[in-house]
Design a protein around this ligand. Structure first.
Ligand SMILES: [Zn+2]
Length: 235
């Protein structure tokens, strides 16, 4: 096998490998649908959990303030017993009134917090109730997708081994040239000649270059700079 033929075969093996890898990276719709449902359910549960924690934090803060205010209220009520004149009495009542109002506000806030927490908790419970069933559907779909990848994995391994084997027979300089074009030209380093033109970019190949190709020389396309491969049947 000539060097150019080896490069052509290497190109084919690598193209097939890229195709298998692409297929493996794409989630099939059968799995993608359940995957989306599963991920969004997880996100929603996390969100509800965080909301619940936030409400709990707020509840503890309000409870603390409420206890302080109730203490203050007791203090004013005690002072009321010890007033010496009408003026002191009025002043103590004013404080008691303001504190009671504040206590009432805090109590309302606790109630509101409890109602919200219950609503969030029931949403979370509902999610959790359906979670096991969703998780097992997700696992089954994932398992069957992974199973279907088995053949592609085997093929990929074989192609990779074949590529390594071809590469080992190439002169290092040629291998470097191939790699350079492969990287620069979106994974296609070698283009087949089709009716005297480059099969990749359609640039016409000058007769002088065609002669070189027929001799088996390494020729680059003048349009896309890929390595040209002329099939033996055409020579
Ligand atoms: Zn070209």
């Amino acid at each position: 096998m000539s060097d150019v033929e080896k490069l052509w075969e290497l190109q084919n093996v690598l193209s097939q490998l890229a195709d298998r890898e692409k297929q493996m990276s794409v989630k099939p719709e059968s799995f993608a649908a359940i995957d989306r449902e599963y991920q969004s359910s997880n996100e929603e549960m996390t969100r509800l959990q965080q909301q619940l924690e936030q409400l709990g934090k707020e509840r503890r803060r309000v409870d603390g303030e409420l206890a302080d205010q109730q203490e203050t209220l007791k203090k004013y009520q005690g002072q009321l017993m010890q007033v010496k004149n009408q003026q002191q009495y009025a002043a103590a009542w004013k404080e008691i009134d303001a504190t009671r109002k504040h206590v009432k506000e805090l109590e309302d806030s606790v109630l509101k917090n409890m109602t919200e927490s219950e609503a969030v908790q029931s949403q979370l419970d509902e999610r959790r109730a359906g979670y096991d069933e969703l998780k097992s559907r997700y696992d089954a779909a994932h398992e069957s997708w992974q199973h279907s990848l088995g053949d592609l994995r085997t093929e990929s391994e074989q192609l990779r081994a074949r590529a390594t084997q071809i590469e080992s027979t190439l002169p290092p300089r040629l291998k470097n040239q191939f790699d350079r074009v492969y990287k620069q030209r979106q994974g296609v380093a070698v283009a087949r000649v089709i009716s005297d033109s480059c099969g990749s970019c359609r640039t016409r190949i000058r007769p002088a270059l065609q002669q070189m190709l027929k001799r088996g020389d390494l020729v680059y396309c003048e349009g896309c700079h890929r390595i040209l491969y002329l099939e033996p049947t055409q020579s």
